[in-house]
Design a protein around this ligand. Structure first.
Ligand code: ATP
Length: 235
């Protein structure tokens, strides 16, 4: 029988005040998978990650982590279940150095990486250890943001548009990083606008449209359905 997925989202709804942003999102992320949320601007991808992490307070439907419901839990309790969220805006503290930014997150689980281990993964960050957050390039900031969530020991990483605004060579490096994380046993749920990038990386995809899941497919479905998928994504 199928093992309990790491994350299961069933008929999720979500509101900002009176505005309903999520209408009906159901998805699963199994341990070790890379799953990608696709869809146009404003479709509800970021809001879905915010609901999973418990940042979006007005949420309905059901979210379970390893079978346990997260209903009513605040973000810090959801983090204790092994989830970490890397927001699109990255959340780097400009006035802190690289190393100070890395030391901020609490280590919540055994297996959280030490600062030295993060430097081994991202040698650039070590070179820039005393630079203030503001002085880092976009790519370095993204590495720092990912490095920071690895500190916590979380096993399910929610990555929001981690390639946005970055040069192709840096995007390639991020792709290698995500593949490496998979080989080390991490599970990833990512939001991507860059379909070319995501299509080489993710195992399965959900297309979000107007707060609903409009389609889902596996990596092996892409080639035979490329025209239909690209039309769905507006590419
Ligand atoms: P993008 O790629 O632009 O971030 P997205 O698919 O992640 O798109 P969301 O950011 O989740 O989309 O937005 C979903 C809907 O919720 C949009 O209609 C958006 O305008 C609305 N929305 C997002 N954030 C807020 C907010 N803080 N207050 C009110 N409405 C919001």
């Amino acid at each position: 029988s199928e093992a309990t997925p790491f994350l299961r989202v069933s008929h999720l709804t979500g509101h900002y005040g009176e505005t309903q942003a999520l209408h009906d999102i159901s998805l699963e992320v199994r341990e070790g998978e890379i799953v990608c949320l696709l869809g146009r601007n404003g479709a509800g991808k970021t809001t879905t990650l915010r609901a999973i992490m418990g940042i979006l307070q007005k949420r309905g439907g059901e979210i379970t982590v390893k079978g346990q419901s997260t209903a009513g839990l605040p973000p810090e309790a959801i983090a204790q279940l092994g989830l970490a969220y890397c927001p699109e805006e990255r959340g780097i503290f400009a006035s802190l150095t690289t190393e100070e930014n890395l030391m901020l997150p609490p280590v919540l689980h055994p297996g959280g990486l030490s600062v030295e281990e993060i430097y081994t993964l991202f040698p650039n960050l070590k070179t820039r250890r005393t630079s203030p957050g503001t002085k880092l390039s976009g790519g370095e900031q993204q590495m720092l943001a990912i490095g920071r969530i690895l500190r916590t020991g979380a096993k399910l990483l929610l990555l929001d548009e981690c390639t946005e605004g970055l040069a192709p060579v840096i995007i390639e490096k991020i792709g290698q990083t995500v593949s490496m994380l998979r080989s080390r046993g991490f599970t990833v749920l990512m939001v991507e606008q860059n379909f070319r990038f995501a299509s080489q990386l993710a195992d399965r995809f959900y297309v979000i449209e107007e707060g609903m899941v409009a389609d889902q497919f596996a990596q092996s479905d892409i080639e035979p359905n490329r025209a239909r998928i690209e039309a769905l994504l507006g590419l």
